[in-house]
Design a protein around this ligand. Structure first.
Ligand SMILES: Cc1cc2nc3c(=O)[nH]c(=O)nc-3n(C[C@H](O)[C@H](O)[C@H](O)COP(=O)(O)O)c2cc1C
Length: 270
């Protein structure tokens, strides 16, 4: 909103503070950055809003669980996790041409060297994937990775699309969606969208790290759902979304040529 209103969010600040207090009570060290973000955003909110009966009450509740906190001091020395202006100094210097080249470099590769994938590289690719947008930033997915040779034998056979090259896959990723991220049935498709956006970044990042990948369909077949759930010990609200086979590309293995539909066919201006 530009310019920012002097008073806003009065319809939901109470439930936001309820949720905040709930999170603070369950404080888990693993979630410190999320708590910091939640605290910083609320502190900034109380800092910028003019006095208002609804906001004043919630500000008191916020301060009660943060007794040492000074809202007037929101320009704290440490970096605060609040809205900011885009800073060109931190921009990537990748040109469109280089990016386009990367998108063409990424092709579904099914033949990999018989060489274990460095876990550090997979972590790097996932770090890039985590930057993807997701509805309400809920990131309702997890990556389950199988790189143990024995476990791989079972894992690569779980989806249907690996016939003929399953044995070549060196690391197998299962993107799993968390349906508990949304309270309404109407949003049940979001796990597929959000995970897929992240998966694309993951596959592009793998290419920058000298790895290649093949996305693999996860079929909606009850028997397979059950087998995957048992294999990964999934919770009842978790669903496999798709799998990705990863490895160091075998220079002697060929890549299937996939002709893409032309721009003029895909792009439609009104
Ligand atoms: C959701 C999805 C499911 C896929 N499933 C399989 C699969 O089961 N087996 C397979 O070998 N390739 C699979 N692929 C790879 C596609 O065949 C491939 O992306 C397509 O032919 C385009 O080729 P490219 O990835 O090289 O651009 C899948 C791709 C996507 C996006």
């Amino acid at each position: 909103m530009r310019p920012r209103k002097e008073v806003f969010a009065t319809a939901f600040i109470a439930e936001t503070v309820d949720s905040y207090i709930g999170v603070i009570k369950k404080r888990d060290t693993k979630e410190n950055l999320q708590i910091k973000w939640f605290t910083d955003v609320l502190a900034e909110y109380f800092h910028v809003c003019k006095p208002h009966p609804i906001i004043n009450v919630q500000k008191e509740r916020f301060l009660k669980v943060n007794p040492d906190f000074s809202i007037a001091d929101n320009g704290r020395e440490e970096e605060v996790s609040i809205p900011y202006f885009r800073n060109k100094a931190s921009f990537s210097d990748i040109s469109y041409e280089e990016f386009y080249k990367l998108t063409k470099q990424r092709r579904s590769v099914r033949w990999f060297l018989d060489r274990s994938v460095d876990r550090e590289l997979i972590d790097k690719a996932i770090l890039a994937a985590i930057q993807a947008p997701s509805a309400c930033n809920r990131q309702p997915f997890e990556y389950h990775i199988i790189d143990d040779k024995e476990l791989l034998k079972t894992a690569v056979a779980l989806p249907m699309g690996t016939t003929g090259y399953a044995h070549s896959i060196q690391a197998f990723v299962v993107a799993v969606g968390n349906l508990d991220a949304y309270f309404d049935e109407r949003d049940r498709h979001l796990i597929y969208i959000d995970a897929s956006l992240a998966n694309m970044s993951l596959m592009l990042a793998l290419e920058t790290l000298g790895l290649a990948s093949c996305p693999i369909n996860w079929p909606d077949i009850e028997d397979r759902e059950q087998k995957m759930a048992e294999f990964l010990k999934l919770k009842p609200y978790q669903r496999p979304i798709m799998c990705i086979g990863i490895g160091y590309p075998d220079p002697d293995g060929m890549v299937a040529y996939s002709e893409k539909r032309p721009l003029e066919v895909i792009r439609k201006y009104k």
